[in-house]
Write a protein that binds this ligand. Structure first.
Ligand SMILES: CC(C)(COP(=O)(O)OP(=O)(O)OC[C@H]1O[C@@H](n2cnc3c(N)ncnc32)[C@H](O)[C@@H]1OP(=O)(O)O)[C@@H](O)C(=O)NCCC(=O)NCCS
Length: 146
């Protein structure tokens, strides 16, 4: 059974392990885990992934980091985590959710498209991790995410 919940203190180690195994620049992302609140996905009580939603301003929230453990991928967990983050933003009356996606990350792009995000492929921006990123976004007002 898949459950999405708030983080607990003992999620830190599995979250760090997941970052380490999922991102080539893990050492830079580790600090993000330590700084932010996040939601955790469990499968039958076991840590399976997490999402960090970040407030940009009163209207815009960002999916700052999302990852699912390899053994639990392609089960819809990433989608559920995204929905949880978007519900969190909606509760705060935010109007838009954005995410910066690496050009090379086709899997993440597909996940966002499935959730109803638009791709702004031409909006490319260099970021601190040294790779080109493009913007994906979804309106949170006026329609429900799928
Ligand atoms: C991106 C990631 C979070 C997706 O998590 P997930 O739980 O496997 O995603 P879901 O099962 O919810 O998939 C949702 C949709 O995304 C797309 N998708 C996911 N994995 C895919 C893959 N390997 N190939 C093609 N499409 C894929 C599909 O459209 C899928 O819907 P479908 O299964 O009905 O076809 C996961 O692959 C991951 O942790 N990757 C490494 C970290 C990362 O790149 N994070 C994003 C940038 S911060």
């Amino acid at each position: 059974m898949i459950k999405i919940r708030d983080k607990k203190a003992n999620d830190l180690i599995p979250a760090l392990r997941l970052v380490y195994s999922s991102f080539s620049d893990w050492y830079k992302k580790v600090i993000l885990i330590l700084l932010y609140s996040y939601f955790v996905a469990e499968v039958n009580g076991k840590f399976a992934g997490f999402v960090i939603p970040r407030k940009i301003d009163n209207n815009v929230g960002e999916i700052y980091l999302i990852a699912v453990s390899k053994e639990y991928r392609r089960m819809g967990i990433g989608h559920k985590l995204l929905e949880k983050a978007m519900d969190y933003f909606k509760e705060k009356n935010m109007r838009k959710c954005i995410s910066w996606v690496r050009l090379s990350n086709d899997t993440a792009k597909r996940m966002y498209l499935k959730a109803g995000f638009r791709s702004e492929d031409r909006t490319i921006k260099k970021r601190i991790f040294g790779e080109d990123l493009f913007l994906m976004e979804i309106d949170l007002v006026g329609k429900d995410a799928t």
